[in-house]
Design a protein around this ligand. Structure first.
Ligand code: ARG
Length: 470
């Protein structure tokens, strides 16, 4: 006969839960990820109970040894949750009871699963945010590396996915790096608000035992203990905010992914993906598909879904803890795991892609992309911008009708469209000149792009230290 399952709330109940309730209620299959963090909390709590005189020194030593032993057994897989464990807290209490007998039951004094689970999830997310930031830094390094290696290469800059003005390809790559920098800052900001410890709040009202929530907070790396126990056990802002930062990161990866899909297409041919980051087709032997980029694009959907799902769960919940809150975890875990899965693949894809510089340079002026430069030259010569715009517009139409590009025009043809179009306007009708002229702050001129590379490298290095040290 098997032993009765460990339950944390059996006292007032005559029978065990129905199968249907047990199946609905169980969360250990996903919240087992919190085990290392729950054990960290248990260690801190044991010390506080000792200082409060609720656990003598010998009991504390035995408790800490048992926690260490259980931690190792969890890490090696020797101790695992069973189907009878309702959640991670139940499974770990069973582990302590197996090691300590009734002493294992002392740790629950002054603590509830409500403050425990909120603490565990904060610890888990704060730890994983650092891993995510490290992976984001690697992606920045890949993008900056390509920006540096291809410095000076022009490409068509687009609006509405139409050729607009030529830009440096590096400028475009760095635009993605800036977006990722904001993602990193958002995670770092989030971390400051998430660094509040709910432990000590008990079920909802705090504890009558002389515990020391501030000491526990400090031991667990939090900046302070929560000031209001009711808020502490019911607040899931930190999950929602994390999911927003994760979802926006996912959106940024999806935009980069979409660009890579375009760049690798037959129509663009801006880049060639390395074989190690591309896939083939089971039927079409010639295919090389951008699956990494597509999955980066596609997986944003599930993170956005997790954010919307959680906000919907939280909306209208009365204070304080409600079991609905158990629904906070799967989406958060999935968002973390999705980012940690996608980011290394995207970094590798970017780092190894080969840039088809000749093709880009050839495309850069196409589609009358130098029209704005021509109009601005006329403005510098005193023509009202409205008129300059009109003149160049006419020139474009004339070229289209006569199947010509700006470069093919004779002096007579230019003069026919407008007296302003003297032969020397040709001086601005070249891509390097157009790019070099955009040297105001934030522009695509090589010196501005070089500055960005330096600044972004510095902020990326700072983020790497934050992730590894804090
Ligand atoms: N598994 C629960 C959760 O994730 C733990 C807290 C349970 N608390 C309770 N009062 N039933 O939220």
């Amino acid at each position: 006969m098997s032993k009765a399952p460990t339950r944390l709330w059996g006292g007032r109940f005559e029978g065990g839960p129905s199968d249907a309730l047990a199946r609905l209620s169980v969360s250990v299959q996903f919240d087992w990820r919190l085990a290392p963090y729950d054990l960290m909390g248990s260690r801190a709590h044991a010390r506080v109970l000792n200082r409060a005189g609720l656990l003598d020194d010998d009991e504390l030593t035995r408790m800490l040894d048992a926690i260490d032993d259980l931690e190792q057994a969890c890490a090696s897989g020797e101790f695992r949750p069973t189907v009878a464990d309702e959640d991670v807290h139940t499974a770990l209490e069973r582990g302590l009871l197996e090691r300590l007998g009734s002493l294992g039951g002392k740790l629950r004094a002054g603590r509830s699963r409500n403050d425990q689970v909120a603490t565990d999830l904060r610890l888990y997310l704060r730890d994983h945010v650092r891993r995510i930031v490290s992976r984001l830094v690697e992606l920045q390094t890949s993008l900056i590396g390509q920006a540096e290696a291809n410095m000076g290469v022009a490409c068509p800059g687009m609006t509405h996915l139409q050729h607009a003005q030529p830009v440096l390809f590096s400028h475009q790559l760095l635009a993605h790096v800036h977006a990722i920098s904001r993602d990193i800052e958002r995670f770092q900001d989030w971390d400051k608000r998430a660094a509040i410890s709910p432990l000590g709040s008990g079920a909802l009202a705090g504890s009558s035992l002389p515990l020391d929530p501030q000491a526990v907070a400090e031991e667990l790396g939090f900046t302070a203990a929560a000031a209001n126990s009711m808020d502490a056990v019911s607040d899931r802002d930190f999950v929602a905010e994390f999911l927003f930062a994760a979802a926006l990161t996912g959106v940024h990866l999806s935009r980069l992914g979409e660009e890579v899909c375009l760049w690798a297409s037959q129509e663009f041919r801006w880049i060639e993906m390395d074989d190690t980051y591309a896939t083939g087709s089971s039927i079409m032997p010639q295919k090389k598909n951008p699956d990494v980029a597509e999955l980066a694009r596609g997986k944003a959907g599930r993170i956005i879904g997790a954010l919307v799902g959680l906000l919907t769960t939280l909306k209208g919940l009365p204070l304080t803890y409600n079991r609905d809150l158990q629904e906070d975890k799967e989406g958060a875990f999935d968002a973390v795991e999705t980012l940690l899965l996608v980011l290394p693949a995207v970094s590798g894809l970017i780092a190894t892609m080969r840039v088809n510089t000749e093709r880009m340079e050839e495309l850069a002026p196409q589609g009358f992309a130098l029209a704005t430069d021509l109009a601005e030259l006329l403005v510098r010569r005193g023509v009202v911008f409205r008129d300059a715009h009109e003149v160049v517009g006419h020139l474009v139409v004339w070229c289209q009708v006569n199947d010509k590009d700006f470069g093919d025009l004779t002096d007579e043809e230019l003069a026919k469209v407008s007296p302003h179009l003297t032969p020397d306007v040709r001086e601005v009708l070249n891509v390097p000149g157009a790019i070099a002229s955009r040297k105001a702050h934030g522009g695509t001129a090589p010196e501005r792009v070089q500055e960005q590379i330096e600044n972004l490298r510095a902020s990326s290095d700072a983020a790497a230290s934050w992730a590894s040290e804090s």
